[in-house]
Write a protein that binds this ligand. Sequence first.
Ligand code: BGC
Length: 324
Amino acid sequence: MPKWLSRQRLFLLLKKNVWLLFPLISIVQFFFTFGEFKYEHIPVERVNDYLYKHVNPNLKLVNTKAECKYDDILHHTQLTQVREMKKMLNFTPKGIMNGSFAPEECNPAMSVAILVTYRNRQSQLDVFIPYIHTFLRKQNIHYKIYVIEQQDDKPWNKGLLYNIGAKQAIAEKFPCLILHDVDLLPLDHSNLYVCLNQPRHMSASIDKFRFVLIYNTLVGGVLAITSEHYKLLNGFSNRFLGWGGEDDDFASRISANKLDILRFPQHMARYTMLRHQQEPENSARYAIMLDGRRRAASDGLGSVAFASVGVRPQRLYTLITVRV
Ligand code: BGC
């Protein structure tokens, strides 16, 4: 230590300027995460080349109607304002049955099952459901919303809920699955809710994380994946209990199967997160992840029979109840 800077002097200097630490930490943090604002993505002009154009064979298409178009939606970058959000909640369920909707003016080129895992967050569901219907009805797609509710008091098992929802949606012949947190609302109209020919992480830019992609292999929040790929990966692990880890484990299944994680540009992938109390964190998640590769074949979509399941169609969504 230089002579002019004695230990006592250093201590006094730090004590006097402690307030400086906070802006300093923010600046360091800002530069540390800055690059992730510019994460790798598909340019909007190329999205058409990646679209997974498959409709549910159960949907009746009408010969006299033209195929729906998607270019205008992809280029319609318009951020939802708070005032508009309130309007979106005040909606009428016209055209919706069992949580399902298809446009009338044209034949949709894509069908999507939206799987929403849920427990004990009624106030969020009350916002999410009208909001997402209003958002999706403008997208020229055929979609159906499933809410998969864990109805017991056992630790939260999100992977299991997704597997059960996926099983049902696949049995109903949906070619594309969108796995959706109930607390995330898409903000930009151009964020088309469809699958691409590789898995797509849709919620790359969330206000809670200052609109930054926090790490490159993140697939949590909202993820679109074809039913074929979901089956190939054997879905999610059923072993992650509590908050966290199941999505990271799923990301390693994606890479083990040599699939990519695609994303839309940052401005299209913006979401707002509704406030909530998080499920208790799963501190064992890193340890469980370690043997992911060995587990993948035996722990997933094919091994959910231990849970008891009920399917109850309602007007705005199909409710799937799960008890472990
Ligand atoms: C958890 C993930 C979560 C991510 C972002 C990670 O530590 O393991 O499950 O999606 O943080 O919140």
